[in-house]
Ligand binder design. Sequence first.
Ligand code: FES
Length: 111
Amino acid sequence: MDLVVNISRFFVCAADELGNNEIRPVTPPGLGPVAVYRVEDAFYATDDICSHGHASLSEGEVDEDCVVECPWHGGTFDIRTGEALSFPCVLPVKVYPVSVEDGNVYLDLGA
Ligand code: FES
């Protein structure tokens, strides 16, 4: 029998555990790996796996313009929209809503 997990909100970490321009990989039940980013006081989340290969974006670098660079071939994405910004990346990565409540960061995954 398959286990079906349906959660609407996933706790990532306390907001102050993630420093500016840091990325944290998480794997919510029922989803693939997700990269959670902090840029200044804002939090973002995208699929962790690059759309070009199987690299982990959470092992890359994110800058103050909300652009993450893939560690394998240097392609880039806008973490606010998931848009691929530079070669060899042409396909977007999925983005996820993030909220902060009572000092904790959550992925909002819907019902
Ligand atoms: Fe990310 Fe190639 S695997 S740019």
